[in-house]
Write a protein that binds this ligand. Sequence first.
Ligand SMILES: Cc1cc2nc3c(=O)[nH]c(=O)nc-3n(C[C@H](O)[C@H](O)[C@H](O)COP(=O)(O)OP(=O)(O)OC[C@H]3O[C@@H](n4cnc5c(N)ncnc54)[C@H](O)[C@@H]3O)c2cc1C
Length: 468
Amino acid sequence: MIVIGGGLAGLSSGVALAEAGFRVRLLEQRPHLGGRAASYVLPGGEHVDNCQHVTLGCCTNLADFYARAGAADKIRFFDRLYFAAPDGRRGSMEAAALPAPLHMAPSFALFPLLDWADKRAIAAALLAIARSGGRPGDASAAGTGITMLAWLQKHRQTERAIRRFWEVILVSALDEELDKIDAQYGIDVFWKAFLSTRGGYRIGIPRVPLGNLYDGCKEAITGRGGEVILRAGVRGFLVADGAVEGVEREDGSVETADYYLAAVPQDVLPELLPPEVAEREPAFSNLKNLRASPITGVHLWFDRHVMREPFLTLVDLTTQWVFNKTQLYGEGGDNSGQYLQLVISASYSLTQRSRQEIIALCLEELHGVLPATREATLVKGTVVKEMSATFSPAPGSDQWRPAQKSPLAKLFLAGDWTATGWPSTMEGAVRSGYLAAEAILADAGTPRKFLQPDLKPEWLARLWARES
Ligand SMILES: Cc1cc2nc3c(=O)[nH]c(=O)nc-3n(C[C@H](O)[C@H](O)[C@H](O)COP(=O)(O)OP(=O)(O)OC[C@H]3O[C@@H](n4cnc5c(N)ncnc54)[C@H](O)[C@@H]3O)c2cc1C
């Protein structure tokens, strides 16, 4: 069994298939595992994530994968979400001792960054989602879906409610602007994370650099007779009579196996196939319809402590999240300095701007939110622009996402872009890996389940949804 790609899709399927008795040979072109959710070492010796990655309580398959990889205790979950306005005013949200979907209501009622008109509008829209069990009939039009912005306008949201609530949560969850998001994707976020269960919204942040989460994957594969080979790029598939017969590596060598699993990004897969196959088969040719959206990560090292919270979500600013990496890594007791990581999703406005301009913009915003940064010295700063961070969850984009069983015999597909029903996330990638492993095992005549169920909606959420 050959797996091509050592991101979360390739790793999760590789681990699952190794557990099922396959001898997995995983080929990854880079010198490290993790794909887009990876970390590396800067010339100065600092371990930096490609970009901060967070998970949520509702990401059941990612949690299962971390457990299989022995990394579950490297994720710290937070019950309280921290928000800040440009002038430094703070707000927070956390669950009270009430059943879902009412558990967030008390902290929402007291949330200081929205007024009553905003809150009334938001509550009515959330009620519409809860009443429909996450499937409001007006979220789709002729099977293609309306945009999230259109849905919010239809539900009479105030301008500030859109800007300070819906946009803040959805742009970072889905890496896209509200007028380009399929409403059903946006509604799913609120149903799964905030309305159906009490724990779905809990935010999980690694205590270690991302690369440290995957040590157990390598052991799980090699311990069962498999191999994980880095710097092993694949140049293409050898295809004959509608079946994959081998892979050609970048060093010119050819490898063969009983099954092949392509766990590479959606824009790479067609390049690995003979052009006539990539054009003929809709599963491959449709991939060009999936557009990419960017994320910008900004890493700042200060000479002193400038932030108390573990993380902050910012409203009304270009910078959307600030993560206190020093605190999250359990370091910095000596007040020697602080490392912050800032995240800007759907960062279209920054793609043409220089790294210096982006750092200057972020610093200016931090001066309002974290006043201690005004006196502090910025020791070092770096910017990572990921132009193709995720695929854009545009209305109708699900129709272009192929199943994990490809039209070519012996070739299976995994990746956050395959048909999982989830947006482009680590959870989506792991779901695709588990689904691909299940499809291979079914093809081999030894079916087995790996996919974990969603968190079950709690009793009141189920009752409300039934009554509608
Ligand atoms: C900046 C940024 C921030 C993000 N933040 C979050 C977040 O907070 N939470 C979240 O859930 N998700 C987040 N995501 C999305 C998440 O990272 C992805 O959805 C997920 O990691 C995709 O995994 P994958 O395995 O499908 O693809 P990838 O991670 O892209 O893995 C594909 C792998 O294939 C390898 N490969 C490519 N071509 C070849 C070849 N020819 N031969 C061999 N190997 C090859 C690549 O090197 C790579 O390792 C973020 C993404 C980015 C970019």
